[in-house]
Design a protein around this ligand. Sequence first.
Ligand SMILES: [Zn+2]
Length: 87
Amino acid sequence: MSAISAADMVLANPGIIVPGRPSWNCLLCHRPWPSPDAKADLDTQYARFPSGLAIYMASVLYDAVEDLPEPTPADLYERFLAWIRPG
Ligand SMILES: [Zn+2]
């Protein structure tokens, strides 16, 4: 059984504003992803399933750690997960 990567999940959710890889900048506004528009979009997409958003962002964070050597995992945690409102 192969793991489903965050990229696969993004492809399965074409409504979500996705990051470019390996830059991890928003493909829409070119700011670091998740940009404000991407966060608003994710909030809308996961409004009925907030814990799903945390799971999704955690899997994205895992991919980002592989692509982005410069920020520390703690920095990436702040960027990817700290903005999520508790469900
Ligand atoms: Zn954006």
